[in-house]
Design a binder for this molecule. Structure first.
Ligand SMILES: [Zn+2]
Length: 209
């Protein structure tokens, strides 16, 4: 994708969609796999498609980290445009569909902002592998939050954020279970070395030098 798009390269396999600033979506490309992690805020779909088209990329799969609207906002539009498969964390799926109300303050957000569901979608759980990315249980921010891991890259969704060269928690008021979130953060980072890619904050090489 060198020189053909505005999509920012983090490594040879990982790209950050600049159109998704505010709630980043990442593109992972390895071998024949072309995967998006998350789908950003409602309304970002057309600019994401423009950015991907400029880069000549057609994602085959969209992996969702959790039920928040700034992560599921364009899964329907993107999956339709690219005929891409959508994968949603099993335990968060009832909140994504609206079958269950999101806990706490997010109940209101869910009631105010309706997100289109893709025509077809699947669920996945911890340990599942889709196109070379492995789902890692990371509950706390939401009950069913999943991170996605490959060799030297960890897409963390909202399990935590980065600021400068620091890892910081997501805002307290957005957490479903703060203690679980902390445990998940420690577990995700425990044996990891490579690029951390958060939805909020910039990619960070880990561990710090
Ligand atoms: Zn979130």
């Amino acid at each position: 994708m060198k020189g053909v798009g505005i999509t920012k390269a983090i490594t040879h396999a990982v790209y950050q969609l600049e159109s998704t600033r505010g709630s980043y979506v990442y593109l992972w490309r390895q071998g024949s796999n072309t995967i998006l992690v998350d789908s950003s805020l409602p309304g970002k779909g057309p600019s994401m498609i423009a950015e991907l088209d400029a880069a000549g990329v057609h994602p085959q799969k969209i992996l969702i980290t959790h039920y928040d609207v700034d992560h599921i906002g364009n899964m329907a539009m993107l999956s339709e445009h690219y005929s891409a498969e959508v994968w949603i964390p099993q335990e968060d799926a009832p909140y994504v569909t609206g079958e269950k109300a999101r806990p706490g303050i997010k109940r209101m957000i869910g009631a105010m902002i309706k997100v289109d569901m893709p025509k077809a979608w699947s669920t996945l759980g911890a340990g599942h592998e889709v196109g070379g990315l492995y789902a890692v249980a990371s509950p706390g921010h939401t009950p069913g939050h999943l991170a996605y891991r490959a060799d030297q890259v960890l897409f963390v969704g909202d399990a935590f954020r980065t600021r400068g060269d620091q890892v910081i928690p997501s805002p307290r008021f957005l957490a479903w279970d703060r203690d679980l979130e902390k445990t998940s953060r420690a577990r995700l980072l425990g044996d990891f070395a490579g690029w951390i890619c958060p939805a909020h904050g910039e990619p960070l090489a880990w561990p710090p030098l």
